[in-house]
Design a protein around this ligand. Structure first.
Ligand code: NDP
Ligand code: MG
Length: 399
């Protein structure tokens, strides 16, 4: 049996992971499930999968979970606090860690999984964006296996030859073609962007995802974070990666080789495919995803992204060029701005403005220790909050 810890079990990726595992209960055993505060959903998952450990960051929610589990006669041990996330990621019974916490909150537990030499199924792209080199060093030094779950990176991984770590030039890669749908506002007149509501922004045309990544998809910061993620995962720089708009989300990304071949991975826009791939790699297992019907498929379109429409994409590219903690700052400012937008304290165009302001205010440093990364993350959040308060006050209402 392969022992699995699902960090962020109650989220979209977590629920999809459990759906794949449910189809293969003889092969995978859930050792730990974690969430922030959704104790009722976690209790149901414990009832079905009977893990050894359940973790909630919120102590209050953990007390409630403990009572619920006792009533139901389930003997899962309940832990609480952020440290407990790291604790379960390191357990010796755990072979595979699904890193599916959203945002910077996932950094320490994903790093703990790397330090413990686990197979990491990486959905939490923010941890890699925040601390790219440090994270990749930990993976290498501790013989961990890092498998991308982000659909594009999983597609690229499937289209790469195994020895890509030698360098993309050595294996004849000309370009990585990173596809993105362009989100729900691909055709909305830009003059209307400032009136966009959170409800409109989280209604992604093709994918069903958590709120934060849905907003990131609407601004295309998600593609910016993915550019950075791809640089670290595939040991390359920005010059080798081209972002291509592909509104149908059927081709999940491509690799172009010097001989003129382009390899693509196609499938339904359903995260259970990359999750199943990561769980079973190098084997293949059923994921519950229906087959793509090529005959009745819509026409596939590809286009250049309009950088004026998606300023966050340019900001991410610049941050990666700057290097060091610039990507940490970018990520932190974006998390604060997205939450402010979801809380209706900031308008949609304010997200890019906030990120730009914070990047201008803080001079990036060398990201040489995790302590530096964590302190830079904290600093950027303070600057972002101050900026949002200031512009909100100037506007006299919702900006
Ligand atoms: P969701 O918002 O649906 O779920 C987030 C999960 O993280 C929940 O289990 C939540 O617990 C937990 N969580 C939230 N805050 C904290 C915290 N401070 N400490 C510990 N746990 C916390 O997100 P998604 O599943 O959509 O995304 C998860 C990650 O995967 C993100 O990094 C995203 O970018 C990435 N990803 C997602 C894709 C998708 O299709 N959804 C595609 C590609 C990547 P609770 O429920 O208790 O709040
Ligand atoms: Mg993606």
């Amino acid at each position: 049996m392969i022992g699995v810890a699902v960090l962020g079990a109650t989220g979209t990726i977590g629920v999809n992971t459990l759906d794949v595992i449910r189809r293969h209960t003889g092969e995978y055993q859930i050792i730990a499930l974690t969430a922030h505060s959704q104790y009722e959903r976690l209790a149901k998952q414990c009832e079905e999968f009977n893990p050894d450990y359940a973790v909630l960051v919120s102590e209050e929610a953990a007390d409630k979970l403990e009572k619920l589990l006792k009533q139901k006669g389930i003997n899962t041990r309940v832990l609480h606090g952020a440290d407990a996330l790291e604790q379960v990621a390191r357990l010796k019974e755990v072979d595979v860690v699904m890193a599916a916490i959203v945002g910077a909150a996932g950094l320490q537990s994903t790093l703990a999984a790397a330090q413990a030499g686990k197979r990491i199924l990486l959905a939490n792209k923010e941890s890699l964006v925040m601390s790219g080199k440090l994270f990749m060093d930990q993976v290498r030094d501790n013989d961990a296996t890092l498998l991308p779950i982000d659909s594009e990176h999983n597609a690229i991984f499937q289209c790469m030859s195994d020895d890509y770590a030698q360098g993309l030039d050595k294996i004849g890669v000309n370009k990585i073609l990173l596809t993105g749908s362009g989100g729900p506002f691909r055709e909305l007149p830009m003059a209307e962007f400032s009136k966009v509501t959170p409800e409109q922004a989280i209604a992604h045309p093709n994918w069903s995802m958590g709120k934060k990544i849905s907003v990131d998809s609407a601004t295309m910061m998600n593609k910016g974070l993915e550019l950075i993620e791809a640089c670290w995962l595939f040991a390359t720089d920005l010059s080798k990666i081209k972002v291509v708009l592909h509104p149908q989300s059927i081709v999940h990304s491509m690799v172009e080789y010097v001989d003129g071949s382009i390899l693509a991975q196609l499938g339904q826009p359903d995260m259970r495919t990359p999750i199943a791939h990561g769980l079973a790699w190098p084997r293949r297992i059923e994921s519950g995803v229906s087959m793509l019907d090529l005959i009745s498929m819509p026409d596939l379109q590809f286009a250049e992204p309009d950088m004026q429409r998606y300023p966050c994409l340019g900001l991410a590219r610049e941050a990666m060029k700057t290097g060091g903690t610039a990507t940490t700052i970018l990520n932190a400012a974006n998390e604060i701005a997205v939450q402010a937008f979801l809380d209706k304290k900031l308008n949609f165009t304010g997200i890019a403005k906030t990120v730009e302001f914070v990047l201008e205010q803080i001079t990036a440093r060398t990201a040489d220790t995790i302590e530096t990364v964590v302190s830079e993350d904290g600093h950027a959040r303070i600057v972002a909050v101050d900026y949002i308060e200031k512009i909100t006050m100037q506007a006299g209402a919702v900006h």
